[in-house]
Design a protein around this ligand. Structure first.
Ligand code: HEM
Length: 479
C-alpha cells in the first residue's frame, strides 16, 4: 500500500533565520554590546589586515594567538569579536563536555541555511537529537556496505578514464567521482541517465560555489548576483529531490538502499517520521557535508604520498599482501589494512577538511579561567589544534606512525577531532572513511601520481579545506 507524507514535523522546528545580511550585522553588534567586558583576551580593535589574513591563511594567526593567550582567546574579525577554543581540553569541552552551551544554527556558518534548510548541521537541541536518532540506522554498517558497491563501480569507471603519462587535476577528478558516488548512494540517481542525475550534480556544484566566494560578494542580492544563482540552483535541486521523494512514497520498494529511500521509510521511537521538507533538508545537508570532505581527503593523501615515497612503498606492500590486486571488501577496508588507516589518520590530522566547528554561545559559561557571554561566536578549530607541538611533536611533518593503535589510544581526549565529537560527531564518518580508503586503494592499485616539479600547494579553507586552484599531478603506471 502506498504511504503518505505525514504533515507534522518530528518535533517543534527551529525558528527561521533571517538571510538579510544587514539584520545579521545589527544582531551581532547587539549581542556584543550585551556581553561587553566579559570576552577572553585577544585583539579587539578593527583590523582589515587581520580579517583578511583570517580569510586567506588562518593557521599562523590562530597558532600565534594560542601561544600568546592560551586555549581560549578572542579577536575582532570584520565587525564582530569571535572566540576561538583550541587544543584537546577545549575541543572536548565544546563537543563532548558542554555541547548544551552552544548552537550551530546561529553560528558564523548560518548562511548555509538558505541552501541546506534545517538538516542535521544547522539544527540544535531536541530537534537535532530526534532527527539524528531517526537518521542513524541509515548509517549503520550494513547500509553503508550497500553504498560500497556504488563506490567500487564508480571508482573503477573513473580510474578507467585516467591515462598514465598525462597531467591531471586529481582534485577535480576526485570531486567528480565523489559527486557521482553521492548521486547514487545518497539520492539514488543514476548520474549517466543524461537527465536528473547530471542536472542535480551540476546545480549542486553551482550552489556550493556560492560558499567559496568572498564574503562581500555573498551579500549582493540583485539580478545576476551569486545569491540569485544560488537560489536558482536550489530551485532545480528542490524540484529533483521532491520528485524523488514523491516517487518513493508512491511506490515503496524495500529493496532500495540509497539514503533518500531509507529516510522516506525511517521511523523514530514513537513512530514519528520525516515530512518531505525534512527529508529534503537532510539529504541536501548530507550532500554538502559528504562531498567536499571526501574529495579533499583523497587529494591531500595523494599529495603527501607523492612527497613520501617510503610511506607509499609501505602502503603498497600492505595492499599487495592483503588484496593481491583485487578491489577491497568492506571487511578488509575496516580491519585488515592498518597502515592505510594510519596514513588516512595522518592526512586528516594535517588537513581536516571540516576544519572549523562553528558555534554560538546560548548561555554564559566559563572556560580556562575566562568567561564567555551568551551570544558570542565560538569556534573550535581542529586544523589548528592538530598542529599544537606539545600534542603533536613536529606538527608539520607527515608521520603516519603517530597513529599506531597504541599511540592513537594514548592521545589526550579531544586532541584529534577530524570528525568532531559527542552528539554531533560526523554521522557520515564510516561512509566517508570507506570512500576515502576505497578510492585511494583502487587508485594506487593502478597508478602513481607524482608532484609537478617547482609547484607548491597552498590550502584554501572555504567552505572546507582544499588545494587552492586544484592539484595537478603527473600520472604513471604503478611500477
Ligand atoms: C573524510 C570525510 C569527512 C570528514 C572529515 C567529516 C568531518 C565532519 C566533522 C568535523 C563534523 C562535525 C562538525 C562540527 O562539530 O561542527 C561533521 C559533521 C557531519 N558530517 Fe561529516 N565528515 C566527512 C564525511 C561525511 C559524509 C560522507 C557525510 C554524509 C554522507 C557527512 C555528514 C555529516 C553530517 C550530516 C554532519 C552533522 C552531524 C550532526 O551535527 O549531527 N560527513 N563531519
Amino acid at each position: 500500500m502506498a504511504t503518505v507524507d505525514s504533515s507534522a514535523p518530528i518535533a517543534e522546528r527551529p525558528p527561521r533565520m533571517s538571510a538579510n545580511p544587514v539584520k545579521r550585522v545589527a544582531d551581532d553588534l547587539a549581542a556584543e554590546w550585551r556581553g561587553r567586558g566579559s570576552y577572553p583576551p585577544g585583539p579587539s580593535d578593527f583590523s582589515f589586515a587581520r580579517t583578511k589574513q583570517m580569510a586567506r591563511d588562518p593557521l599562523p594567526l590562530l597558532l600565534g594567538a594560542y601561544e600568546e593567550f592560551g586555549p581560549i582567546f578572542s579577536m575582532r574579525l570584520l565587525h564582530t569579536r569571535v572566540i576561538f577554543m583550541l587544543g584537546p581540553e577545549a575541543n572536548n569541552f565544546v563537543t563532548v563536555g558542554h555541547p548544551e552551551n552552544f548552537h550551530w544554527r546561529e553560528s558564523s556558518f548560518g548562511d548555509l541555511i538558505p541552501l541546506l534548510g534545517d538538516g542535521l548541521l544547522t539544527i540544535d537541541d531536541d530537534y537535532h537529537d530526534r532527527a539524528r536518532a531517526i537518521m542513524l540506522p541509515a548509517f549503520h554498517r550494513e547500509q553503508v556496505e550497500a553504498s560500497t558497491a556504488a563506490m567500487t563501480a564508480e571508482a573503477g569507471a573513473a580510474l578507467a578514464d585516467l591515462r598514465p603519462d598525462t597531467v591531471v587535476d586529481v582534485y577535480a577528478w576526485m570531486r567528480r567521482l565523489a559527486m557521482r558516488i553521492a548521486m547514487r548512494a545518497l539520492l539514488g540517481l543514476d548520474p549517466d541517465d543524461g537527465g536528473k542525475g547530471a542536472v542535480a550534480a551540476e546545480n549542486f556544484e553551482e550552489a556550493l560555489g556560492f560558499f567559496g566566494i568572498d564574503f562581500a560578494l555573498r551579500l549582493l542580492r540583485g539580478p545576476g548576483s551569486p545569491w540569485r544563482r544560488l537560489m536558482a540552483a536550489r530551485a532545480v535541486l528542490d524540484q529533483i529531490v521532491f520528485t524523488e521523494i514523491a516517487r518513493r512514497r508512491g511506490a515503496p520498494d524495500s529493496g532500495r538502499r540509497d539514503i533518500l529511500s531509507l529516510l522516506v521509510e525511517a521511523r523514530g521511537e514513537a513512530g514519528e517520521r520525516f515530512t518531505d521538507t525534512e527529508i529534503r533538508d537532510q539529504v541536501m545537508t548530507l550532500m554538502f557535508a559528504g562531498h567536499d570532505t571526501s574529495t579533499s581527503t583523497v587529494t591531500f593523501a595523494l599529495y603527501e604520498l607523492a612527497h613520501h615515497p617510503d610511506v607509499l612503498e609501505r602502503l603498497c606492500e600492505e595492499q599487495d599482501r592483503v588484496l593481491g590486486g583485487e578491489a577491497p571488501t568492506i571487511d578488509q577496508l575496516e580491519r585488515e589494512l592498518p597502515y592505510l588507516d594510519m596514513v588516512v589518520d595522518e592526512v586528516l590530522r594535517l588537513y581536516p577538511p571540516a576544519w572549523i566547528g562553528p558555534r554560538r554561545a546560548v548561555r554564559d559559561f566559563e572556560f580556562g579561567g575566562y568567561s564567555v557571554p551568551r551570544g558570542a561566536y565560538v569556534n573550535y578549530v581542529s586544523w589548528a589544534s592538530h598542529r599544537i607541538p606539545e600534542v603533536f611533536p613536529e606538527p608539520e611533518a607527515f608521520v603516519p606512525e603517530r597513529f599506531t593503535r597504541e599511540r592513537k589510544a594514548a592521545l589526550p581526549r579531544g586532541a584529534y577531532v577530524p570528525f568532531g565529537g559527542g552528539q554531533r560527531v560526523c554521522i557520515g564518518k564510516r561512509f566517508g572513511q570507506l570512500e576515502v580508503k576505497l578510492v585511494t586503494t583502487m587508485f594506487l592499485q593502478r597508478l602513481r601520481a607524482d608532484a609537478l616539479p617547482g609547484r607548491t600547494m597552498t590550502v584554501r579553507q572555504m567552505p572546507t579545506l582544499s588545494p587552492r586552484g586544484g592539484l595537478q599531478m603527473r600520472l604513471r603506471p604503478r611500477g
